[in-house]
Design a protein around this ligand. Structure first.
Ligand code: NDP
Length: 325
């Protein structure tokens, strides 16, 4: 029987890869999109321009995350087997500028969805994409599913609330609800305001003489960075588990912003030191230095491990940006 999935955040980096993977797996896919004056959805263009998919096995519906009535109606109409909740304000730095809307959509938006699911009969399986930012400044490294939450950003605090609520609804109402606690993951579809994409786009543009230099914040920042399609594959696997649980998805390896610069500029035959300058304007108010994940439970439960190396990911992003410039 054909499975039906409902995806929030389908227009985002992860949502677009998830839609592709679900469609390839034979699913009917329904995505929730926000109404805006701009109807360009670049990350989905290749899917929505395919008449064998769009409005045949892929459907888009308007709803904001605070539009409970519409989402409830949609849930009743679509009757999804699986709900993948990816939507939210995803920029950690921006969450200091817009803390209220970050919490409104990321924290309360998740709770509202859980409330809707609680009334569904049968209740669909539910996956929430949580973040390593819930660990903030942890006491121990690497972080795993039992590491206490100590968020240091509005984004991290909002995700921590949402993550706890998913667990509470699983334990209290018997929902098949999981948190994928994801460490950073990137791809050619990463938003242009993220440092990783700024670097790959900058390297491509400087190489093609469309840009003179690149201004960044702290180049010693370090994170556990993986490749988005690998993580999305983990989301799908999680909803096929026999019992719902939370899993950390991570590479278990640190890289610095300088590593990104070395690989990206090296790939186009340039020395980044000739082009990169730093500006305190781009420094984060709180820059977690200890976030590194232990994904051994994911390996054991869903046979998941990252397939793409750091260098492969950076080179793929630079190559895509060279084509786009
Ligand atoms: P993106 O920013 O690329 O995508 C976010 C999506 O959420 C977009 O589709 C956006 O729609 C949608 N959205 C935002 N606000 C609303 C709203 N009020 N109503 C409806 N839709 C909304 O993020 P990613 O794909 O990178 O991330 C997916 C999820 O994973 C996010 O929740 C993020 O916080 C989380 N995450 C991501 C990590 C990463 O490294 N990428 C790491 C850990 C967690 P629109 O296109 O209209 O803006």
């Amino acid at each position: 029987m054909v499975k039906t999935a409902l995806v929030t955040g389908i227009t985002g980096q992860d949502g677009s890869y998830l839609a592709e993977q679900l469609l390839a797996g034979g699913y009917e896919v329904h995505g929730i999109v926000r109404r805006s004056s701009n109807t360009v959805r670049r990350r989905l263009d290749h899917l929505t321009s395919d008449p064998s998919l769009y409005n045949s096995r892929l459907f888009l519906h308007y709803a904001d995350l605070d539009d409970v009535t519409t989402i409830r109606r949609l849930m009743a109409r679509v009757r999804p087997d699986e709900v993948y909740h990816l939507a939210g304000q995803s920029h950690v730095g921006a969450s200091f500028e817009i803390p209220e809307s970050t919490c409104e959509f990321t924290a309360m938006g998740t709770l509202r969805l859980l409330e809707i699911l609680r009334d569904c009969d049968p209740m669909p399986k539910f996956l929430h994409v949580s973040s390593s930012e819930v660990f903030g400044e942890p006491d121990s490294q690497p972080q795993h599913e039992l590491t206490p939450f100590r968020p240091v950003t509005p984004y991290g605090a909002a995700k921590a609330f949402a993550t706890d609520m998913v667990r509470v609804y699983r334990e209290s109402f018997g929902l098949f609800a999981c948190n994928a606690i994801c460490f950073n993951h990137e791809s050619p579809r990463r938003g242009e305001s993220f440092v990783t994409r700024k670097i790959t786009q900058g390297a491509a543009r400087i190489k093609l003489e469309r840009q003179g230099n690149l201004t960044l914040g702290n180049i010693d920042s370090r994170r556990d960075w993986g490749f988005a399609p690998d993580y999305v594959d983990g989301f799908r696997r999680m909803l096929q588990m026999e019992h719902a649980c939370d899993l950390v998805l991570a590479t278990g390896r640190y890289h610095t912003v300088t590593d990104w610069l070395d690989v990206a500029f090296g790939h186009v035959g340039l020395n980044w030191k000739d082009f990169v300058q730093q500006d305190t304007k781009f420094m984060r108010k709180a820059d977690p230095t200890k976030l590194i994940g232990d994904a051994s439970k994911a390996k054991q439960k869903i046979a998941w491990q990252p397939q793409t190396s750091f260098d492969e990911m950076v080179v793929a992003m630079v190559n895509a940006d060279l084509r786009e410039v």
